[in-house]
Design a protein around this ligand. Structure first.
Ligand SMILES: [Zn+2]
Ligand SMILES: [Zn+2]
Length: 225
């Protein structure tokens, strides 16, 4: 058995947070019980309860992109746990800078600005206990959106890039539809049809299922566009 395939398995639970029902995902290394909270949009006390129930230590906070519902609770969770904040890509700094203002506007007054300990870029790796995730820069919904992929577990957290039966909005400032389609087809699809993913909102799916049936990015749809 080589070093890569001897990595311990990961586990994950999804905790939808904020009125936008954003899929905050708690992932952990089964061997060390070290956890990463991906996209802590809000409701931090609930997230801490979920962490406690599983007996985990929060080591990392991973942020896919700078939108309020994904990142609004980052500062509070960092203070509560001392975890290292990794992501998003620096192109999303302009979104993070508007966090408090957006929070006031959308009824999430606890949302605050934060500074990542580490900005991420395409090809970066982030570690969690004895396991690691690969980072892919997937612009389109926001210019600095990243996704997190565990190759051995065939698992990805893709934020608002791709949903079951839909794709991310691109009508926000600096959104770009062509970039989003390219992110999906050139960054996500090559990871494999068998990869299961948690989207930013709604139920899980697999890349293969979306390539068959997604009305925006199925192979058949793109072949005729
Ligand atoms: Zn978003
Ligand atoms: Zn979202």
């Amino acid at each position: 058995m080589n070093a890569a395939s001897s990595q311990p398995p990961i586990r994950a639970v999804v905790v939808p947070v904020t009125p936008l029902q954003q899929n905050c995902t708690i992932v952990w290394c089964a061997e060390t019980k070290k956890a990463a909270v991906i996209d802590p949009g809000g409701e931090v006390p609930r997230l801490l309860d979920a962490v406690r129930q599983q007996g985990l230590t929060v080591e990392k906070i991973w942020v896919t992109h700078g939108h309020l519902d994904h990142a609004g609770g980052t500062a509070e969770l960092q203070e509560a746990t001392g975890a290292v904040v990794e992501g998003p890509h620096p192109e999303d700094q302009f979104w993070i800078a508007q966090m408090a203002e957006m929070g006031a506007r959308w009824g999430l007054p606890e949302a605050r600005i934060f500074t990542p300990d580490r900005w991420l870029d395409d090809g970066d790796k982030v570690t969690l206990g004895n396991t690691e995730f690969e980072v892919f820069h997937c612009p389109g919904h926001t210019p600095g959106h990243v996704i997190f992929f565990n190759r051995l577990a065939r698992f990805a957290q893709v934020g608002d890039v791709l949903f079951r039966g839909s794709i991310g909005r691109t009508d926000f400032p600096r959104g770009n539809h062509a970039d989003l389609i390219a992110s999906i087809t050139r960054k996500l699809w090559p990871l494999g049809d068998d990869v299961r993913f948690v989207p930013g909102h709604g139920p899980m799916s697999s890349f293969g299922e979306e390539r068959r049936s997604n009305p925006f990015v199925a192979d058949q749809v793109l072949a005729h566009s």
